[in-house]
Write a protein that binds this ligand. Structure first.
Ligand SMILES: CC(C)(COP(=O)(O)OP(=O)(O)OC[C@H]1O[C@@H](n2cnc3c(N)ncnc32)[C@H](O)[C@@H]1OP(=O)(O)O)[C@@H](O)C(=O)NCCC(=O)NCCS
Ligand SMILES: [Zn+2]
Length: 254
């Protein structure tokens, strides 16, 4: 067993953001940390660049989870049983060896966002602003959100900001996109927001974060207040360099 090197703190959500790059299937020693199912899944991505990107993301995820659990990356086991319907494949992933951890991951192009919490169920999402989103507004928004949108100077941006918050929420409670986004209300107040909504009989709190000029992320938490420790992933992969990265980037608390 590897030594645990990152401690979670109650009331703090660790947010890992980075661009892990690409790792080819053949010949890379890091691919050995993937399970047979993961290698099979990666093989189905087309074009190949998407496969090598997903492989890099999964290796980075395993390394992050290893750093919290002390279990070596290749021995991390995921349980994807759906707690809503019992299906073994489409549930919110959990780490078998990290009973206390809630984690959530989101990909957007080459970027990967991973949230980790020890004391709250969480969900994260990450999306880039895309053009011509307006026709989707009715599928995404509640009526009050639609009304508010009409006053927005940049509707595409406003919609993506709503979308990440809603998707973080449905990922937090494990529903995924089975829940129509127009049934999830997160509000549309201007500026940084902390939104509350009710789903599955419990309250969720959602906050958004901007990671680049057009890149938005969100965290949904089952607890109302939290601090974020923002951590950067290093481009180079591998346990040694990754551990170095963990200590090399001082956490930013905000
Ligand atoms: C979960 C979901 C919203 C992810 O959306 P996406 O835009 O394709 O992808 P993202 O990059 O945002 O997130 C992907 C990550 O979400 C996580 N995830 C997968 N299923 C999840 C679920 N049910 N709940 C929360 N998170 C989930 C995984 O970590 C996944 O990473 P991976 O693809 O590398 O394994 C989408 O895949 C979905 O709705 N799945 C179906 C869920 C379902 O069947 N629900 C029925 C409940 S009965
Ligand atoms: Zn299900």
């Amino acid at each position: 067993m590897a030594t645990e090197i990152i401690c979670t703190q109650d009331g703090v959500i660790d947010l890992w953001i980075g661009r892990p790059g690409h790792v080819p299937f053949d010949g890379s020693q890091y691919v050995l940390s993937l399970s047979t199912n993961e290698v099979r899944r990666a093989g189905r991505f087309r074009p190949e660049a998407l496969a090598t990107q997903w492989v890099a993301h999964r290796i980075a995820l395993r390394q992050i989870l290893s750093a919290y659990t002390g279990v070596s990356p290749e021995n991390i086991e995921f349980d994807t049983t759906c707690r809503l319907c019992g299906d073994s494949q489409h549930g919110k992933p959990r780490v078998v060896q990290g009973a206390k951890l809630s984690f959530s991951a989101a990909h957007c192009g080459g970027a990967l966002l991973v949230g980790i919490s020890a004391d709250s169920e969480i969900g994260v999402d990450l999306e880039a602003v895309r053009p011509h989103m307006e026709p989707l507004a009715r599928q995404i928004c509640t009526e009050p959100e639609l009304t508010r949108l009409t006053g927005e100077p940049d509707v595409d941006r406003a919609l993506i900001r709503l979308w990440v918050q809603k998707e973080a929420l449905v990922k937090g409670c494990g529903l995924g996109l089975a829940k129509p986004m127009s049934e999830v209300y997160v509000g549309v107040s201007p500026g940084p927001r902390t939104a509350t909504t009710r789903m599955s009989g419990s309250s969720w709190w959602v906050r958004e974060y901007q990671f680049g000029p057009s890149l938005y992320g969100a965290v949904a938490s089952a607890l109302p207040t939290w601090d974020v420790r923002m951590l950067m992933m290093e481009r180079a992969l591998g346990p040694r360099s990754f551990r170095h990265a963990v200590t090399a980037f001082p956490p930013i608390i905000f």
